[in-house]
Design a protein around this ligand. Structure first.
Ligand code: SF4
Length: 399
């Protein structure tokens, strides 16, 4: 575990990305003989290998992704003999499991979710996630939808165990990078939590934000494979998903090439008004400064009404001054992009020496952006009492 906050982030992040690509094949192979993580096509191929018709693959996919079966013995749409055959050959459903739950007084829940090798990651459920937070600019819900329980819930999902980015205000950074999550481990967090809350996909409106532990664009292939699983097999809409990056330019460039049917919305974790301050707060900026990030973002073809979200953590006396807000406004207007800003009041963590911004400073910052015609929203901090808030995720139980 990395405890030294002054330790520089490896600025060979592209090399790490390269390693990730090299290890992608390995990561995409589901650990052991887990079915979870394989899409319907891959499941069909396994069925054919076992001498079964290919359509059994679709049946299996529906059982594990839509109906939430976690044991092969429970999948009664399959003949008993096939269930035995699968088990005899060492297959299991292998969906990641919630091993611990922390409940906040505001209704937020934080989970430790365990993958195949026993390592845990954190996932957060916010029952009253708000539209500003999730980038939801779709049509307002109908009265019928408005009565549904999970109409505005938001699920915050991790993409790596720990993180290499070393953002100075973030508790996850203290873990250092431990490993990438597989596609099944990323999608499994979502399916396990939706299952826990009895969410009906297609009726309930749940938003996903890939803003938990890790930098999704340094685990690009597995992250996008998870998105495709969630869209194709689980039935979630990519327009209700937002991925946040600290500014990995090659990742943003690849993201810009994705088909709209599988492309989540994009958020850039900005957090500073200029390169000098961002270099200090987010060492990745020394490799890819703000202008390079913005250039890459320009390549993303936005859907009608879609905007790029810029996330901005307000650190008391460091990034929350009116002059900072004016600089952010100038910077964003200059991009010519359709943008909005989500302001996040910094959430404290042990060993991180910043202060909370004053509420008046937060409001003045927001108003300065709005006056400059930049839509800006203050994200409500949720689950701070259980270390579930933004930048606070750090495993409580070491795997
Ligand atoms: S803010 Fe995000 S990218 Fe930065 S260290 Fe924390 S988890 Fe990693």
């Amino acid at each position: 575990m990395t405890e030294d906050l002054n330790q520089p982030v490896p600025l060979d992040a592209s090399d790490q990305a390269g390693e990730n690509q090299a290890s992608t094949k390995k990561n995409q192979e589901t650990p052991g003989r887990a079915l979870f993580g394989l899409d319907a096509k891959a499941l069909a191929a396994r069925m054919v290998e076992m001498g079964e018709p290919a359509w059994r693959g679709r049946q299996l996919a529906e059982a594990i992704y839509r109906h939430g079966f976690t044991k092969i013995s429970e999948i009664t749409t399959l003949a008993k003999s096939l269930r035995h055959k699968l088990t005899d050959e060492g297959w299991e459903v292998g969906r990641p499991e919630i091993v611990q739950t922390f409940q906040s007084e505001d209704g937020t829940e934080r989970y430790l979710i365990q993958g195949g090798d026993g390592l845990t990651v954190e996932t957060v459920w916010m029952p009253e996630g708000d539209d500003e937070e999730t980038g939801d600019e779709s049509e307002p819900e109908t009265t019928d939808e408005a009565t549904r329980r999970h109409q505005r819930a938001t699920l915050c999902v991790s993409s790596q165990v720990g993180c290499a980015m070393n953002c100075q205000f973030c508790l996850t950074a203290k873990l250092g990078f431990q490993r990438d999550l597989t596609a099944g481990e990323i999608a499994g967090q979502v399916v396990a939590v939706l299952d826990r809350h009895g969410v009906e996909v297609g009726r309930d409106r749940v938003n996903l934000v890939f803003m938990g532990m890790g930098e999704p664009f340094l685990n690009y292939d597995n992250f996008m494979a998870a998105v495709r699983l969630l869209v194709r097999e689980v039935g979630l809409s990519p327009q209700r998903m937002t991925v946040s990056t600290s500014g990995i330019v090659p990742g943003i460039e690849r993201f810009a090439q994705e088909l709209a049917e599988f492309r989540p919305r994009l958020a850039i974790s900005l957090n500073a008004p200029n390169d000098a301050l961002r270099d200090d707060l987010m060492p990745i900026n020394r490799k890819w400064p703000i202008a390079a990030v913005v250039d890459a973002v320009r390549r993303v073809q936005l859907r009608p009404h879609e905007r790029i979200t810029f996330e901005y953590v307000l650190l008391g006396g460091v990034t929350d001054r009116i002059e900072d807000a004016k600089q952010v406004a100038r910077l964003l207007r200059k991009t010519g992009l359709s943008v909005k800003v989500n302001l996040i009041t910094w959430n404290p963590g042990p060993g991180i020496g910043y202060s909370l911004p004053q509420p008046e400073a937060v409001e003045a910052f927001r108003q300065t952006l709005v006056d400059a015609e930049i839509p800006a929203y203050v994200r409500k901090s949720r689950g701070r009492d259980i270390y579930a808030a933004c930048g606070q995720l750090k495993r409580t139980v070491e795997g």
